[in-house]
Design a protein around this ligand. Sequence first.
Ligand code: RIB
Ligand code: CA
Length: 328
Amino acid sequence: MAEKIVLDVDTGVDDALAILLALNSPEVEVLACTTVAGNVTVDQTTLNTLMVLEAAGRSDIPVAKGATRPLARRLTTATYFHGPTGLGRVELPAPTISPVEVDGPHMLLNMANRFAGELTVVAVGPLTNLALALLIDPDFGRKLKRLVIMGGAVRTQGNITPVAEANFYNDPEAAQAVLHCGAPITLVGLDVTHQSVIYWNDIAFLDDHLATLSPTGRLSLELLRFYTQCYGATGGAHLHDPLAVGVVLQPDLVTTERMQVDIETHGRLTRGQSVGYSHLNIDLIEDKGDYDDAIGIRVEHPSNAEVCLEVKADEFVQIFRERLGLKV
Ligand code: RIB
Ligand code: CA
């Protein structure tokens, strides 16, 4: 039976590609999309999500508009990578559908309650909606079958600062809360998405076969034209959000390590850094009057996430291209 999923998105080029990948994959059933401010404002991510669903012929999927801004920070959008509207240079018809009345956090909660123990949430934007859902119902995470998060950089460099990945940088307080929500979490961070690259040079020939491409293929090609070329001469782009969906479709695409992951919320240089560790050495401190002395050590092995560290990137890119009709 298909895996029931809700996609929490800040649509965005790679979010749009992730949505299309999910819609074209029989392994999953997309129950709803919830939108959040991130790559562009939430009004725009909501519009983009509606337009992408309608272009894909799936206007039956409810879209719930979510958080306007991070919990405690100023929003940082990313139009350099996603274009002024978030969809590169793609212009889609205005949607005939509207967001549903319920907001993003309540949609997440409603789905988690309705499909308790069965629902997978794939979160590929700042985690603000999920953190708000947790504030309303602290058991939200424990009701999920699985939470797959695109975010973080555990053993590699960041992409918005030397140490932080953009989704966690945008809302570090939300990321820290969600990582402790009690859901079985898979973290799909830059450790693996930076290995999952699609090159414009490998798909440019499709321009000569436009008439044979499906509507999804043509839309994906246009999204990728902007997204790959904004990375400069190499013309290669990271498939961040699609890989999070890919991990649900085919879990053996990645190798994971169980770890504790905490997000830096105080650092000046390290805002949003994901700190992953497999054990914690706690010094046992004795007060010696003028100073303290470490007189022993206690070792703990906490863990809250399966962190993806390796990916069969070529295999994933092939699956991505097949499902999105980027082949002739
Ligand atoms: O760091 C990559 C992430 O930031 C992706 O989710 C992309 O869409 C942007 O939001
Ligand atoms: Ca995203």
